[in-house]
Write a new protein. Structure first.
Ligand SMILES: NC(=O)c1ccc[n+]([C@@H]2O[C@H](COP(=O)([O-])OP(=O)(O)OC[C@H]3O[C@@H](n4cnc5c(N)ncnc54)[C@H](OP(=O)(O)O)[C@@H]3O)[C@@H](O)[C@H]2O)c1
Length: 269
């Protein structure tokens, strides 16, 4: 029998690529998005259902999960992918913007996870695949709040796996480096504060390098294959870096001081 996967943030980028791949692999795919009118040709792909799910709206999470369970009897895997990046000096942020960043990248992911757990626990199987980032383990300038959300996703996932293992539910972290998607354009929340000029030179130095990394990066198909590997390998392996292995090795090998120096030399040159 075909397995079923629920993907959040399926309207573009990594989420969309994941939907396309799992449809080709003959899974049932619950392609969820906050604006279903953005589904385009995803709606015509074999096995794909488009469902409305805004990760900041608990009712929409509950009804998408219920609909998925009603359609297929089980949700075998979830990809908590929806997210965006807030960029800019921390001093220019507002409490509301920080709240929204956490509501989407962290609380939304937690709320989706909580809703799928009862059926996975009863079935004694399931895979929770959380879209973290290399930025969940290494930091770069101007992304302080985004990094805080991805570090939170890493800590949440690491602790969660202890309690879910008894039910044969696996927790996975996908850790992409830069991937060319709308993340660096449309989805970016670039913060600035009227009258605050003190960071302008720093932003002008760092931001173009960060944008360039994103625009020159590989597309999202490789990440979709990594999600596929995480869903299929039937192990308790937790972390799946992609386009990030060199950065993560350096982070492991070098002391903080050397890592910060390296990042400054690349992104603040
Ligand atoms: N691209 C990278 O370099 C990179 C690297 C590491 C990790 N990631 C992570 O990968 C994930 C996907 O990003 P992407 O690169 O594929 O960017 P993307 O193309 O901008 O995709 C982001 C997706 O999240 C959705 N989304 C945002 N807020 C939402 C909400 N409240 N409810 C439901 N969906 C929401 C967007 O929907 P709308 O179309 O409605 O806006 C869009 O479908 C994110 O978690 C990101 O942090 C990306």
């Amino acid at each position: 029998m075909a397995k079923t996967i629920l993907v959040t943030g399926a309207s573009s980028g990594i989420g969309e690529a994941t939907v396309r791949l799992f449809s080709r692999k003959k899974w049932n795919v619950l392609a969820t998005m906050r604006s279903p009118e953005k589904a385009g040709d995803l709606a015509t792909l074999p096995g794909v259902s488009i469902l409305r799910l805004d990760v900041t709206d608990l009712d929409s999470i509950r009804s998408a999960v219920d609909e998925g369970l009603a359609q297929h009897g089980a949700i075998d895997a979830v990809v908590n992918n929806a997210g965006y990046g807030m960029v800019g000096p921390f001093e220019a942020t507002t409490p509301e913007k920080v709240q929204k960043q956490f509501e989407t990248n962290v609380f939304g992911l937690m709320n989706v996870t909580r809703e799928v757990l009862p059926s996975m626990r009863e079935k004694r199987s399931g895979t929770i695949i959380n879209m973290s980032s290399v930025g969940g383990r290494i930091t770069f300038p101007l992304y302080s709040v985004y990094h805080a959300t991805k570090f939170a996703v890493e800590g949440f996932s690491e602790s969660l796996q202890y309690e879910l293992r008894q039910f044969n539910i696996k927790v996975k972290l996908i850790e992409p480096g830069p991937i060319k998607t709308p993340f660096y354009d449309r989805s970016q929340d670039l913060v600035s504060k009227e009258g605050l000029k003190a960071y302008d030179t720093f932003v002008a130095r760092a931001l173009p390098h960060m944008q360039k990394e994103g625009h020159n990066a590989p597309g999202p198909t490789g990440v979709a294959y990594t999600v596929w590997e995480a869903a299929m390998d039937n192990t308790y392996r937790m972390r799946y870096p992609i386009n990030a292995e060199a950065m993560l090795s350096l982070r492991k090998l070098l002391p903080d001081r050397a890592v910060f120096k390296l990042v400054r030399s690349v992104l603040l040159r």
